[in-house]
Write a new protein. Structure first.
Length: 388
């Protein structure tokens, strides 16, 4: 079956954060290209699984079906050749919430937590809100990709209790190599630092690149990590908050499971389970075509920038539908840069500075949309650029 990713799905006035939230701040004319959900229609088997539950006519309390765990087990084996056991899985009501639970479970106020900047904003806000001390490792840009300075990383991590990894990286889209992950695992084990790996973008790894779940790269990594995954970015279903933790280490798993059970957050609502099963068993063709379409959008933006907006560069993403635009040659401060995109070009992007000081001068562009919308956005950006 061929899917139509050129379709423009009407999302205005649907209580969409991406589309409707900016109205509360006074925006009226804009193309929303910020929040990391896609504008593609969610695959039909997922919608059908929800409709089937609705047709029963009772929205009751729901058990996790046995198929939920075995489906995830089969998915990880098929996608990553990663063998896990069903008992290693624990439901999470969203990955950011899962990260929060892990931070509160395995650290105490005042403990140091390491992140790598620039990175997804909750990596900054969650530790701070929970009164942990944040240590930041500054990623380096080499050959238009983010890299880890491992000598500095070891210095940064050695006094920490926990390290939160973004794998693949957001906003840069870097797919970390197996050798890099093995080195992280070795250094963290050496200094008794637990690794929490956010892998929400893993299934959207682009052609020619290979994602390695952190816990799969070595026995050291397996026994000293918690991996969080979800179908939410993959199949455009984040509103269902159907995430999960994989914890191979039995002692860590017992500690985390006890914590979330004590909070009564260890299970989901009735739409948390069956849609995941449908996604992981019936939507392979949709995903393959979606990834190819996303790669086409990335190629389009790269060529358009080179041909029409040469002072704006891009970090080449290796996973997902987010492009980190390097706008430093425009010589604008961060507020001026935001105003340029919003007021001059009519585009709402995520300012790079929200991903940490290392994101200054960048803007994050969501290209998970119809090529027609993307073309219009680039034309608007070009018009603003020419008047700059």
């Amino acid at each position: 079956m061929t899917y139509n990713f050129d379709e423009i799905v009407h999302r205005w006035d649907t209580d969409s954060i991406k589309y409707d939230a900016p109205k509360t701040e006074g925006y009226t004319q804009y193309i929303p290209m910020w929040v990391a959900d896609m504008d593609f229609r969610t695959p039909q088997p997922i919608l059908d699984s929800i409709q089937k539950m609705l047709e029963n006519g009772v929205l009751g309390y729901t058990l996790p079906p046995t198929l939920w765990a075995t489906t995830i087990q089969n998915w990880l084996l098929k996608k990553y050749n990663w063998e896990i056991e069903p008992q290693e899985l624990i439901f999470a009501p969203g990955i950011v919430r899962g990260l929060t639970f892990a931070i509160r479970c395995f650290t105490k106020p005042g403990d140091k937590i390491l992140i790598m900047s620039p990175v997804y904003p909750p990596f900054f806000s969650v530790p701070k809100r929970n009164k942990r001390k944040l240590i930041t490792h500054k990623l380096l840009i080499k050959n238009n990709q983010y890299h880890i300075d491992f000598d500095q990383f070891e210095q940064d991590v050695k006094l920490c209790k926990l390290f939160v990894l973004c794998n693949p990286h957001n906003p840069g889209g870097r797919v970390w190599l197996k050798e890099e992950l093995e080195k992280i695992a070795s250094i963290c084990k050496k200094h008794n630092v637990l690794v929490i790996s956010d892998e929400i973008h893993a299934d959207l790894t682009l052609p020619t690149h290979t994602h390695h779940p952190f816990a799969s790269v070595s026995q050291v990594a397996k026994q000293n990590s918690i991996v969080f995954m979800a179908p939410s970015k993959t199949f455009n279903m984040p509103g269902l908050v159907s995430s999960y933790a994989i914890i191979p280490n039995a002692e860590l798993r017992k500690q985390y499971a006890t914590y979330v059970e004590d909070l009564d957050v260890a299970s989901g609502h009735m739409f948390s389970y069956r849609p995941l099963i449908a996604a992981y068993t019936e939507c392979d063709a949709w995903l393959e075509q979606a990834i190819n379409y996303i790669q086409g959008n990335i190629d389009y933006v790269r060529d358009y920038l080179a041909n029409h907006l040469p002072r704006i560069k891009m970090i080449e993403p290796q996973a997902s539908y987010l492009i980190f635009l390097d706008c430093r040659e425009l010589k604008l401060n961060d507020q001026e840069l935001r105003d340029f995109f919003e007021k001059k070009a009519g585009l709402l992007l995520n300012p790079g500075i929200t991903f940490g000081p290392e994101g200054s001068g960048f803007m994050r562009l969501n290209i998970g949309c119809s090529r027609l919308i993307l073309h219009k956005a680039m034309e608007q950006l070009e018009a603003a650029y020419k008047e700059f």
